[in-house]
Design a binder for this molecule. Structure first.
Ligand SMILES: C[S@@+](CC[C@H](N)C(=O)[O-])C[C@H]1O[C@@H](n2cnc3c(N)ncnc32)[C@H](O)[C@@H]1O
Ligand SMILES: [Zn+2]
Length: 252
């Protein structure tokens, strides 16, 4: 079941060799959204799992953030060395490359989480939780259930399709994405259109979901020590699309 993990490096290296800077030089619209939030909070240290050749890391590093990328493809790593030399890229899987607990103020992760099956998605989110400081922010962007490719290939898990054998893609509903981040306090989430122009597809628009959420100081329910219990949900005010929370945020 986890066999697909070994294919991820070769698959992406092959793509980066053929297509180099696949998505061009423009950062995702969501990277600007995250940048604005991280600046407002006075953050310094940003982790970018699945950083590719650096089109998003470069936005953060050129704004003065101390950026660390993690990349499974050595080809993408070499491209990033030239494209965004200020970002430190660690080579390896986002599931394996470990950092000290509480090393980062923020995690920005674009179109990576949906490449994993359920157990590995949980591992990745848990790892980000550990590596974030208290009050740190996770900003994740993923394929939504409204992506036009949804439904292509075999459904190997709920809402996870393999249009190519061994290459799963998970399509997130809003509730599903919030469920993945249930340990966090959700600040904002929703659908976002992201235009791209690459390969045979030509210009097209991805219908993505984003979530911005905070690692709150309370980690576990005092009564049962279980972070997923419903009492804890209440403590963390897990609220769909709670945009009001975002407006009240300032650095401290
Ligand atoms: C869809 S691309 C997005 C790249 C980058 N976030 C961007 O927006 O330009 C997915 C990226 O995740 C990387 N990746 C895939 N599986 C990975 C893993 N297990 N560990 C680290 N990186 C991975 C790929 O090499 C690729 O760069
Ligand atoms: Zn695309």
């Amino acid at each position: 079941m986890g066999g697909y993990l070994e294919d991820m490096g070769p698959y992406w290296t092959n793509r980066f060799r053929k297509e180099a800077r696949i998505w061009g030089d423009t950062p995702s619209n969501t990277a600007y959204q995250a940048l604005e939030l991280f600046q407002r909070l006075g953050f310094h240290d940003v982790l970018v799992p699945g950083s590719g050749y650096g089109r998003n890391t470069r936005l953060f590093s050129s704004a003065g953030f101390n950026v660390t990328g993690v990349e499974i493809s050595d080809e993408a790593g070499s491209l990033a060395d030239g494209y965004d030399p200020s970002t430190k890229v660690r080579c390896g899987s986002v599931l394996d490359v470990a950092f000290e607990d509480a090393s980062f103020d923020a995690v920005y992760c674009f179109n990576v989480l949906h490449l994993f099956r359920e157990s590995e998605r949980t591992l990745l989110v848990d790892k980000c939780y550990r590596e974030l400081r208290v009050n740190g922010i996770c900003f994740f962007v993923v394929f939504s259930e409204q992506e036009e490719s949804r439904g292509r290939g075999e459904e190997v898990e709920e809402n996870t399709f393999e249009s190519k054998p061994g290459r799963p893609v998970h399509y997130f509903s809003g509730g599903d994405l919030r469920h993945h981040f249930k340990r966090f306090e959700v600040l904002d989430d929703g659908l976002v259109d992201d235009p791209e122009d690459h390969g045979d597809s030509g210009p097209h628009i991805h219908r993505l979901r984003y979530i911005a959420c905070r690692k709150a100081a309370v980690r576990t329910c005092a009564d049962c020590a279980d972070y997923s219990c419903s009492a804890l949900d209440e403590i963390l005010r897990v609220a769909p699309g709670a945009k009001a929370n975002l407006d009240g945020l300032t650095s401290n």
